[in-house]
Design a protein around this ligand. Structure first.
Ligand SMILES: C[S@@+](CC[C@H](N)C(=O)[O-])C[C@H]1O[C@@H](n2cnc3c(N)ncnc32)[C@H](O)[C@@H]1O
Length: 312
């Protein structure tokens, strides 16, 4: 759902994730700047896709989630905060939900939506998840597609664990591999017929949407970060990738693996933009339905626990 690095993510290139467990937590300044400068405007243009279109992947695990009344929940990389609001509702008036994200523009929408819903138990913090000085005050932490962009995933996961009370769980949703997500894979293949892959120097938002696709790597990362009881559940389903064919083409040109190729190609992409648009329209036309352009997708819902002292 976000601007990708590409489908050869950092985590898969460094399977010994535990090797980085003692790295100091540095801020993700270049990545968070990229989110704010490059991605926020593109996300805003395609909010209907990124929120409503992808909701299936959080709706499935959250439908089964019960929070004790009065619980405090943290939403990591919360974006516009729709899931923060959902967590606040589950926690009830005596509880609270806090959404944390590095983009103030997203959080402003979250604050407005929470106020419009008459909720007083929602708040938002603009910060870098990897370095924010959390206190162990949360009964539950959650993230939908917000954990795949950290320079140092183990340091970030360890920092998220610091936010949790002993025994509390972290549930986080990440895309499975690009080959399991045709709505990213097919447009990337189409665009690759016209343009070269992004170079090694491409500016990006972090390791990328598929960096937590390999659950063995993620298992090692969460273990290195001090979590226990790791497990995963696969969620498959259609995503809505455009209200109509025109938006589906525009979305792919702006975001995701195809969008990164186009952006990095610059003037070369501009020169053949109409051919690329036509080829994307041809490829996506079979997926047009009465209620938008719909394609298959697949994610993991991962859950891990911050051990209680006697279980550590
Ligand atoms: C793919 S979006 C997901 C947003 C939201 N959870 C959703 O599902 O709509 C990833 C989010 O993570 C945020 N993010 C990325 N790196 C971050 C960091 N180091 N600290 C805080 N937020 C970060 C981005 O600003 C963005 O809102």
């Amino acid at each position: 759902m976000s601007e990708p690095r590409h489908d050869a993510p950092r985590a898969e290139q460094a399977p010994g994730a535990a090797r980085v467990q003692d790295d100091p937590a540095e801020p993700n300044d270049a990545f968070t700047a990229f989110w704010n400068d490059v991605l926020v405007p593109k996300f805003e243009r395609h909010r209907n896709i990124l929120l409503d279109g992808f909701t299936h992947h959080s709706a499935v695990p959250l439908a089964k989630l019960e929070l004790p009344r009065g619980a405090r929940a943290l939403d990591v990389g919360c974006g516009w905060g729709d899931t923060t609001i959902e967590l606040a509702r589950k926690a009830g008036d005596a509880g609270a939900a806090v959404g944390l994200d590095c983009c103030e523009a997203f959080l402003q929408k979250g604050r407005a939506d929470a106020a419009a819903a008459g909720l007083c138990n929602v708040s938002f913090i603009m910060a870098d998840v990897q370095t924010f000085p959390f206190a162990p005050e949360f009964d539950f932490a959650f993230s939908r597609f917000g954990t795949m962009f950290f320079a140092n995933p183990v340091a970030a996961l360890r920092n998220i664990r610091r936010a949790l009370k002993p025994g509390a769980s972290f549930m986080f949703i990440a895309w499975r591999a690009i080959g399991d997500n045709p709505f990213f894979d097919l447009p990337k293949k189409v665009v690759s017929r016209f343009l070269p892959p992004p170079g090694d120097d491409a500016r990006n938002c972090g390791p990328g949407p598929f960096s937590m696709a390999d659950s063995a790597v993620v298992a090692a990362q969460v273990r290195a970060a001090g979590f226990t009881d790791f497990h995963r559940e696969r969620v498959d389903g259609e995503v809505m990738v455009g209200a109509d064919l025109a938006q589906a083409v525009a979305f792919q040109l702006a975001l995701g693996p195809a969008g990164e190729i186009v952006r990095e190609a610059g003037a070369t992409a501009d020169a053949c933009r109409s051919e690329i648009e036509a080829a994307l329209a041809d490829a996506l036309a079979p997926f047009v339905r009465d209620d938008g352009v719909r394609m298959m997708s697949s994610s993991w819902t991962y859950v891990a626990r911050n051990p209680a002292p006697d279980a550590a």
